[in-house]
Design a protein around this ligand. Structure first.
Ligand SMILES: *Cc1c(COP(=O)(O)O)cnc(C)c1O
Length: 461
């Protein structure tokens, strides 16, 4: 076993990537107003913008596509997909949607209420957007050690602070808390896992006050793997035993299949509450499609049915989590400050500690994204002043976030550790020259501050 540390697959098909010169990249950056979302993918050498919808499918998934039953109602592919979801989540009712955010939309319509609180560890931005449009108050109650980009060890930095949750319920009254949502893993602070104990205790506390609990579970298998590796009593449990226990504590779950579904599109909502399911069916019919396809092609449900099984294989998960950790360790060798321990789907570099001379209002993490593309054609994403910054609703004064990071998201089964080396060496070079960099100025942001990172424009200072 000791020698078997390589990828648990071999490569059957390849996709060429193009190398560019630094002069070309400087031109592309200028045209994109220094926003990585506005670069063309073909001008990117290694794309770490996101792990969403970028997975490589297996030969089994590609052959499953051919089995797609494209009937409107009751297609065979739906029942295969449904059986696969039930097998892993153990929840009886499953509504497919075209993406995770559509499941978030349906979930928000059911569980978010105007003027009432939605407690989360850290809400994902698509749920937050949906909740805020409904006038709900989405609050992030992740434990203190998970609230910033530090390197202090905690095995489950995605956990909810139970005392804080209890305090809010007591202060505001249980009737003013409409839902508790636990995101597994917690993307915003590093793909950090939530422990089984925390999921269980949050559920117990919520139940005591009759508040429904939801799992936002895009990265459910990665979370289960961390529980197996790090939590007392789970070392000998299978990934599926762990996922089923996780979901046994919630009423409803949403999923973006573009992550741990190992497919390029899709999502779903699953629940144990029949009434919730019936409302979800109706919302799906209006917004997504009939209840047995919900915006997905039969062939995509086939590939997802297979992907959900593959993602629970321990060999795959060990490779996956180790690759992320491999990149993290390389960066640490260069002295680069990252969130530690590394999480499930990427390495998060602390922009503040990397560029201590660039103040937060000059977007240090975004500057790092620009430098990384400029030097190596590698595209990462800012999760900091631009993405998480907000404005005071009355004075419109900017509010700067606690987290200030650059996320290097690693796509599933796509890149090798040689690619990780390129990223690490480029960042090492930038870090050695960190005093030569100045910040950025925001020159365009659009109306909705919480979505500005997708379209923002910057100028070099
Ligand atoms: C990606 C994601 C979503 C949104 O899903 P899409 O498929 O991108 O629409 C919602 N919640 C979490 C936790 C996610 O990671």
């Amino acid at each position: 076993m000791k020698f078997q540390t390589a990828e648990p697959f071999r490569i059957k098909m390849v996709e060429k990537v193009r190398r560019t010169t630094k002069e070309e990249r400087l031109k592309y950056l200028k045209e994109a107003q220094y926003n990585a979302f506005r670069l063309k993918a073909e001008d990117v050498y290694i794309d770490c913008l996101t792990d969403s919808g970028t997975s490589a499918m297996s030969n089994e998934q590609w052959s499953a596509l051919m089995l797609g039953d494209e009937s409107y109602a009751g297609c065979k592919s739906f029942y295969k997909f449904e059986a696969s979801v039930k097998d892993i989540l153990g929840l009886p009712y499953v509504q497919p949607t075209h993406q995770g955010r559509a499941a978030d939309f349906i979930m928000a319509q059911i569980y978010a209420k105007k003027g009432k609180y939605a407690i989360g560890n850290m809400h994902f931005d698509t749920f937050r957007g949906n909740a805020e449009m409904l006038g709900a108050l989405a609050v992030d109650y992740v434990i203190e050690k998970g609230a910033n980009a530090n390197n202090e060890y905690h095995p489950f930095k995605g956990n909810i602070d139970l005392a804080k949750m209890q305090r809010l319920i007591e202060e505001k009254g249980k009737e003013n808390i409409s839902v508790v949502i636990v995101t597994i893993t917690c993307n915003n602070n590093g793909g950090q896992p939530v422990s089984m104990e925390n999921i269980r205790e949050v559920s117990k506390l919520a139940k005591k006050y009759n508040i429904p609990m939801v799992l936002d579970s895009a990265r459910l298998a990665e979370n289960a793997y961390f529980i197996q590796q790090r939590e007392e009593g789970y070392r000998n449990k299978s990934i599926k035993e762990i996922t089923r226990e996780m979901f046994s504590y919630c009423e409803t779950a949403t999923m973006s299949s573009k992550k741990d579904g190992l497919v390029n599109i899709g999502g779903f909502l699953a629940t144990r509450n029949k009434e919730v399911f019936e409302i979800a069916n109706q919302l799906a019919i209006v917004h997504e499609g009939f209840i047995t396809y919900g915006g997905m092609a039969g062939r995509d449900m086939e590939a997802l049915a297979v992907g959900l099984q593959e993602v629970c294989e321990e060999d795959y998960l060990a490779y996956r989590i180790n690759q992320v950790n491999y990149l993290g360790n390389k960066l640490k060798e260069f002295g680069i400050p990252i969130i530690e321990p590394t999480g499930g789907h990427g390495v998060y570099v602390d922009g503040r500690r990397f560029f201590p001379n660039i103040p937060q209002h000059e977007f240090p993490s975004q500057r790092l994204v620009v430098a990384l593309y400029e030097e190596a054609g590698v595209r990462a994403v800012e999760l900091g002043a631009c993405a998480f910054g907000s404005k005071d609703p009355i004075t419109r004064e900017p509010i700067w976030p606690e987290l200030e990071t650059m996320r290097i998201a690693i796509s599933r089964r796509v890149y090798t550790n040689s690619h990780m080396d390129v990223i690490a060496n480029a960042l090492g070079y930038i870090y050695q020259n960190r005093n030569n960099y100045k910040g950025l100025k925001l020159i365009y942001e659009g109306n909705i501050t919480s979505l500005r990172h997708f379209t923002a424009g910057f100028a070099l200072l």
